[in-house]
Design a protein around this ligand. Sequence first.
Ligand code: FAD
Ligand code: EPU
Length: 338
Amino acid sequence: MPSLKANINLQPFNTFNIKAKAANYLAFSSVESLNDYFQAYAELPFLVLGGGSNLLFKKDFPGTVLHNQILGIKTQDLAGDFVLVEAGAGENWHDFVQWCINQGFGGLENLSLIPGKVGAAPIQNIGAYGVELKDVFHSLTAYDIQNRKLIELDSKACDFGYRYSRFKGDWKGRFIITNVTFKLSTANHQLNTSYGAITKALAPKQTITIRSIADAVIQIRQSKLPDPIELGNAGSFFKNPIISQEEFDRIQAKYPSIPNYTAGGKYVKVPAGWLIDQCGWKGKRFGSTGCYEKQALVIVNYGAATGQEIWAFAQQLIASVEEKFGITLEPEVNVIGD
Ligand code: FAD
Ligand code: EPU
């Protein structure tokens, strides 16, 4: 029977730097230890923890925090210019991306410097600078808690969408991702420089490579997102809302400068950061929380904020955007303790 640690402080394990406790805690580095755990403690509520960079603890967690530490990277050459790269779910995402770039494997460079672990990346289909995980995803292995065995899932099964996968839908709480496999290129890379800011950062460069894209992305991110080591945060607090073309036209008639991206069909994605900024919240501080000065979509913890305080502040932002634009923002961050 695995021995659980009791009453563990989760503050070092969440990038919001919120004080919260887990009734029990188990770090696991193999499927065997997961099996042992569920055989002994199937009835306890559990929370799988990666790097804690997309979590907000509103309360202490009354069950077991299962902390993923499964490591290892394996490669398998494919015919043509491709390679399969499988990473343990406990690998640090950014380090893994840099390792791939150093091997000359292309595909993940635009996703440099996203905090967290490999195993959480499929959960919300992480995305940045014109690329989403699904674009280079091959398959994943997950521990099925219901049947207590490993299962392999492909992209179709995962049903990836914008900041969405089936793990956030009807599969919530059913699987623990243990490994993720990516299909990357070894030559003739399809470089993606479509995102405006990247094109700008790369303009003076002669040859564009996977490394120069990664460097540009790192530089842009460092210039507008707070480093969680210095200022607690979980990146974008809300998802960018996707609204109908008619609703967009109505808003654009009043606010002609509203940035927008096509979301397929008759839908338009608008930046939540712009909406919050227009409501005047950017850089405003209230006690220990507030909106980051360079990006209104990032709620920060100046040091002593509680999860409840951050949540209450987020509700004010929702109400304000609702009132001005008639759009209801939805959290991207996973809220624990609802
Ligand atoms: P955690 O926060 O530990 O967990 C997130 C969720 O996934 C939880 O529900 C957890 O239970 C579940 N989970 C974690 N691991 C597993 C597993 N192995 N099996 C099953 N469930 C699991 N995200 C983007 O998409 N794009 C960005 O550009 C981006 N930028 C960010 C910038 C900053 C400064 C910060 C702080 C965050 C940013 N994020 C971004 C959000 C975050 O980094 C990602 O969502 C990341 O994938 C979360 O990884 P994690 O290991 O920290 O997950
Ligand atoms: N904007 C403002 N004011 C602000 C913030 C943004 O006017 O305070 C405007 C910008 O000028 C720009 C637009 O809004 O025109 C979009 O801003 P930005 O390029 O910073 O990107 P974003 O839409 O706010 C999204 C992701 C980020 C990802 C970046 C880059 C979501 C919810 N967020 O942010 O992901 O890194 O694009 O691709 O989709 C995360 O998920 O945690 C995250 C950081």
